[in-house]
Design a protein around this ligand. Structure first.
Ligand code: HEC
Length: 179
């Protein structure tokens, strides 16, 4: 009887240790493969909203073949005009280590500045494991499309369609419509 209990306790100890260790590591997405984790993170993390043309209008039904191919529509603000990068091509030129450095450095890398509205302050907090999963998933899609238009400095007039990302002040006559 006592011997049986000792075995049970030993089994309990062995099987609870990995859970305890996992509990102390930084939070990350669980999935059976890195590709599955990366795909989940891309969707839930909102990457398609900006990096996949037509994602929102299609209700998220854009075929996988066109995911993350970048956008020709710029975001214009005090930082100039930025275009969501073609991530399918970017992961071909950047190594996994560079990708991790892009997200996990103290500040964005000079060659990958992640200017607004790229939510660097948020993605910077992803665990290294999740950042790697993003890379593995995006690479698994293969190269597709062409590079997004080049960044334009403040004051340069974009030659592509662009969204103005500057707070607008309501006209005085409209301010009291919803008191
Ligand atoms: C609100 C729109 C928006 C969202 C959401 C967004 N991005 Fe971006 N992303 C951009 C823009 C714009 C750029 C280009 C920034 C620049 O030129 O400096 C960019 C650039 C990048 C770059 C290249 C770095 C650079 O500066 O060239 C990577 C990598 C990237 N995004 C990954 C992601 C991932 C992964 C997600 C989801 C977790 C995501 N983005 C979500 C808008 C967005």
């Amino acid at each position: 009887m006592l011997k049986g209990n000792v075995w049970k306790m030993a089994a309990l100890w062995i099987f609870t240790i990995p859970a305890a260790v996992a509990g102390t590591s930084s939070p990350h997405v669980w999935a059976s493969t890195a590709v599955d984790a990366g795909r989940y993170l891309v969707v839930a993390g909102g990457c398609n909203d900006c990096h996949t043309p037509g994602w929102d209008p299609s209700g998220g039904k854009t075929p996988l073949t066109r995911w993350l191919t970048g956008s020709p529509v710029g975001f214009e603000g005090p930082w100039g005009t930025t275009y969501p990068a073609n991530l399918r091509l970017l992961v071909q030129e950047a190594s996994e280590a560079q990708w991790v450095a892009m997200f996990k450095g103290k500040t964005p890398l000079p060659q990958y500045p992640m200017r607004p509205p790229m939510p660097w302050v948020n993605v910077h907090r992803l665990s290294v494991r999740d950042v790697r999963a993003l890379y593995v998933f995006i690479r698994s899609l293969g190269p597709m499309g062409k590079p997004a238009p080049a960044y334009m400095r403040p004051g340069q007039l974009p030659t592509t369609p662009y969204i103005i990302f500057v707070p607008q002040q309501p006209k005085a006559s409209l301010t009291n419509v919803f008191p």
